[in-house]
Write a protein that binds this ligand. Sequence first.
Ligand SMILES: [Zn+2]
Length: 297
Amino acid sequence: MLVNSDNPPGPCQLCGHEPLREFVVPNKTVLWKCSRCGLYQYGPMAAGVHRDTSSEKPAEESLTCPKWCTERRSRRKLRTATVRLNRIAPLLTADHVSMVDVGCGFFGAMMEAADRRGWTAVGTDVGKAAVFHCRRRGYRCELCENGRLPFEDQSFDLLTAWNVIEHVEDVMESLAEFRRVLRVGGILAMETSNANCLKARVFGSRYRRFWPSGHTYTFPPLSLKQFVERAGFQVVRQPFVGRLSELPSSMTCYALGYQAQYELRRVLRIQKAFQLFALRVDSQASRGKSQPLAATA
Ligand SMILES: [Zn+2]
């Protein structure tokens, strides 16, 4: 259950430290910051962001694509998705990869990039309109309701969740759900906002664009790594660009430039978002709902 600013959430979900410090971004959001591990954890949930879609009209009645859903943006997203999958591909061992993109949005770019590699892909999203538009584009896409992924246990070799984990109600519950649908040896690939980004640390709540109202968490990279390991994953090293021979020749320069920029930003600590790749291992049972664990501090 989420809390509001009058009701502190108790000890830090990661390290057990308390009290947490209120972190207010006026007219945007309220989070609670742990002074020990640096994790920003949930405050009030923004109205409409994590809505219950069960009472919405059927998506077919809202056919209009949002204005920002342009062909140009769609092509850009496909390029980025192609680079991302090429980085992940060397980590996968399955002969025929089956993947799910959680929070697939309107474009279905990850499914398109996966299709082009010959993989089997499905998307899922909490928004009925996003699901409808992905289906209209010809992709398989399922509605995600009540935080549960609409798939059987151990269905996939790869689960991607770009800019999703900072929106969830409970990080450990979500990671347990990711783990449930992944096969042993499967890969989880995520990207999320970086709480250690230089501008965020220098300007704090004055860096307003960095703190949108829909985020329930903002993670320092080490904090997310610890959550992921606690949930039964092993964080793995990320390939730079993967095998260039598996990219279309027209994409080579783009991939090298895109990834070089990412690495440079990481080294300079000006990276606004970071990626984490992890292997689903069999040895550790997920703990389910977030519980403080002082031993990990
Ligand atoms: Zn903490």
